[in-house]
Write a protein that binds this ligand. Structure first.
Ligand code: AIR
Length: 186
């Protein structure tokens, strides 16, 4: 499974997939280059985007972070969505969080949406989750940057099974019992 810059509604959509441009920057231990592109609606969201980037880096998954708002800089969003070297998008925004849905509307690649808790919480959560039929966004919980990164890795693992062992090791950490504490002195 690999998507090669296949953009919904783009000229040629539905026809043969164009070849993926080789970008040595993204050639990694994973073999064929992969890339996750993280979009955030504002500079004020960058801290959570950084958590996604750090987690992806632990999995050796290259990642780019861009500030691009569906409302303030829609042309930039459009341009980034058309990047043929992106495999999975993670889109994060607060308030009226249209960003994940707007990205999903312009691509057939998987989009992981992260509603950010900036206002009520419910505002961004519903904006990301309540997509109309036909344009799915895989939403994680409010501010759940960790899960967004892991979901992106799980999607990539479908085509890059070498990621599965890393995911298994990560899961195993959650099963580890805490080290027994020494009994309190009498
Ligand atoms: N936002 C930016 N453009 C559209 C939306 N929904 C979101 C950002 C941020 C919030 O508005 O994702 O979480 C507040 O942005 P700022 O720049 O005022 O801090």
């Amino acid at each position: 499974m690999r998507f090669h810059g296949f953009v919904a509604g783009a000229p040629g959509a539905g026809g043969p997939t164009p070849p993926r441009p080789h970008n040595p920057l993204y050639a990694t231990a994973l073999g064929p280059p992969v890339k996750v592109t993280v979009l955030v609606g504002s500079r004020s969201d960058l801290e959570l985007a950084e958590k996604v980037r750090v987690r992806l880096t632990e999995f050796d998954v290259p990642c780019e972070v861009h500030v691009a708002s569906a409302h303030r800089t829609p042309e930039k969003v459009e341009r980034l969505v058309r990047d043929p070297s992106t495999d999975v998008f993670v889109a994060m925004a607060g308030l009226s969080a249209a960003l994940p849905g707007v990205v999903a509307a312009r691509t057939l690649k998987p989009v992981v949406g992260v509603p950010l808790h900036r206002g009520l919480g419910l505002d961004s959560l519903l904006s990301v989750v309540q997509m109309p039929p036909g344009i799915p966004v895989a939403s994680v919980g409010l501010d759940a940057s960790e899960n967004a990164a892991l979901l992106a890795v799980e999607i990539l693992a479908l085509a890059h099974p070498e990621l599965i062992a890393k995911l298994e090791r990560y899961r195993a950490k959650w099963r580890e019992e805490p080290a027994p504490t020494a009994p309190a002195p009498p």
